[in-house]
Design a protein around this ligand. Structure first.
Ligand code: IMP
Length: 477
């Protein structure tokens, strides 16, 4: 790498998403080391909570977390799928309401596939059993891989739409008619209005100068000395290929995706930072080893009311339960509800209750190994105080399947549903505010962090002890 060239650091969630990556990106960007905040995969299925410098709370879905810093350029890479209607009608107005301007510093690769109204309809139909976010993500990635369906173009990238607006419009209608004819979707009364809104949104993104037609734009920036923080969406456990299919998202969540979907060559990679929450959670269906309440919790979290909305949401639980009592419960399912309430673990995008579970060293070490982590960030250490009544922090240290200890991480959902856990009890960590070096951590916190470091073979660089970048304890190397 020539001296004047920049570098790319990749930040990746290593459990099932919602590890608190937004705060960590924020903490990293605050030090002025990076010029570009970029996304490499996923879409507006992600939900990152960010607090602006003016104190406004902002939920970001598709736009990179760096948007809150006015001198940072935000880039959505070609590996993402992008819903123009969501951006134009919701996310961009929300960002602007928080007093932030995107003009001149927001770019979406025109090689990215657009999430169309058809994708959203399809996801609403076939994403139910997986428990997708319903944002059209899976179907958009399907279109990208399928390319065309006979003579009908499937993969509408922004570049194609801009090149021939009328053809794109006609193609969307043809896609809809074909799916309807094969009874793959129900009739949608306002489909033409939906397609028209979509077309307008694409034109508006273009008009505002947000669609970047040079696929080498980011590479040129890095070559000329700019540093990039590439933010992963979702996480290792939800990776399209490595996760427990079909209960996964549809993109590559591991670090290497940065050098495909992030539009930069691997030559510029500097380091990979993994983020894991000490209160692991999962939204949507699928195996979650160590979940408090197991299958009961999975079913409870997925339940819908008669209108099809999430039944056991934040409002429901606040009304029905007394958190303090649940945290004293011997019943893991009830304890799990208490822990969710205490840690406010409800989906930022969908409001769904997140399933909560035990720290899983087996999953963490598999993710760290596969991702080649250079450093690890542990979030929510302060939340381990909610284990006070239990008297210890339960930690999974191994899996058994059919009576035998497993050396590897099972691939299939069926195996993951059947594994039995081997657990150890860790003493509750003490207050660590103000600690600056690993050696100075108090004994219980040190024992836990030390064990995580050993199992993952990765140095813990930062520990989260509260929300926001001000509550991050950085440990000296
Ligand atoms: P999709 O990405 O909407 O297709 O959903 C597939 C699975 O990934 C579902 O279990 C979702 O709940 C999960 N998922 C998608 N995005 C996120 C995220 O940002 N955090 C946590 N889970 C996610």
């Amino acid at each position: 790498m020539a001296k004047h060239e920049g570098f790319v650091d990749v930040l990746e969630g290593i459990v099932y998403g919602d590890e608190g990556k937004g705060d960590i990106v924020d903490e990293k960007l605050a030090h002025g080391e990076y010029d570009v905040s970029a996304r490499k995969n996923g879409a507006n299925n992600a939900g990152h909570n960010v607090v602006t410098e003016g104190g406004d709370k902002l939920i970001l879905n598709a736009v990179p977390s760096g948007v809150k810093y006015r001198d940072i350029i935000c880039y959505i890479g070609s590996g993402c799928v992008v819903d123009p209607v969501h951006l134009i009608e919701k996310e961009i107005p929300d960002i602007e309401k928080a007093g932030l301007s995107l003009d001149g510093r927001f770019k979406i690769s025109a090689a990215a596939t657009a999430i169309t109204p058809i994708h959203r309809i399809l996801d609403g139909e076939n994403g139910k059993d997986i428990g997708t976010t319903g944002k059209g993500v899976g179907p958009a990635y399907v279109s990208r891989a399928l390319r065309a369906n006979g003579k009908i173009l499937e993969n509408l990238r922004f570049a194609e739409i801009l090149a021939n607006h009328n053809l794109a419009h006609k193609t969307l209608r043809e896609q809809y008619d074909r799916l309807l004819k094969h009874q793959l979707i129900p009739p949608v009364a306002d489909i033409d209005a939906k397609i028209a809104r979509f077309m307008v949104a694409v034109q508006m993104l273009n008009h505002r100068g947000y669609l970047e037609k040079d696929s080498n734009w980011l590479t040129k920036e890095v070559k000329s000395g700019k540093n990039v923080l590439m933010e992963g969406a979702q996480a290792y456990g939800l990776d399209a290929v490595l996760g427990a299919a079909p209960f996964v998202t549809s993109s590559s969540c591991v670090e290497g995706g940065a050098f495909v979907g992030g539009d930069v060559p691997v030559r510029y990679h500097r380091k990979t930072i993994g983020v894991a929450s000490l209160i692991p959670t999962r939204v949507g269906n699928g195996p979650f080893v160590g979940e408090f309440g197991g299958e009961t919790s999975e079913l409870y979290c997925a339940e819908k009311d008669e209108k099809g909305n999430t039944k056991h949401n934040k409002v429901f639980e606040a009304r029905e339960y007394v958190m303090g009592q649940l945290l004293k419960s011997d019943d893991p399912f009830m304890f799990g509800i208490g822990l969710r309430m205490a840690t406010e673990n409800y989906g930022a995008t969908t409001g769904r209750p997140r399933r909560v579970g035990r720290i899983d060293l087996k999953l963490l070490s598999a993710a760290a190994l596969r991702s080649g982590l250079d450093e690890l960030v542990l979030t929510k250490m302060d939340c381990l105080r909610y284990f006070e009544s239990m008297g210890y922090v339960p930690v999974i240290t191994g899996y058994e399947l059919d009576g035998a200890r497993l050396g590897h991480m099972p691939i299939t959902a069926d195996e993951l549903y059947r594994v039995k856990t081997v657990e150890e009890k860790f003493a509750l960590p003490e207050e660590i505010r103000g600690v600056q070096r690993f050696e100075d951590l108090p004994p219980n916190a040190k024992a836990l962090v030390d064990r995580i470091q050993r199992e993952t073979g990765t140095r813990v660089s930062t520990i989260g002890i509260g929300p926001g970048k001000q509550h991050k304890v950085r440990l000296a190397a």
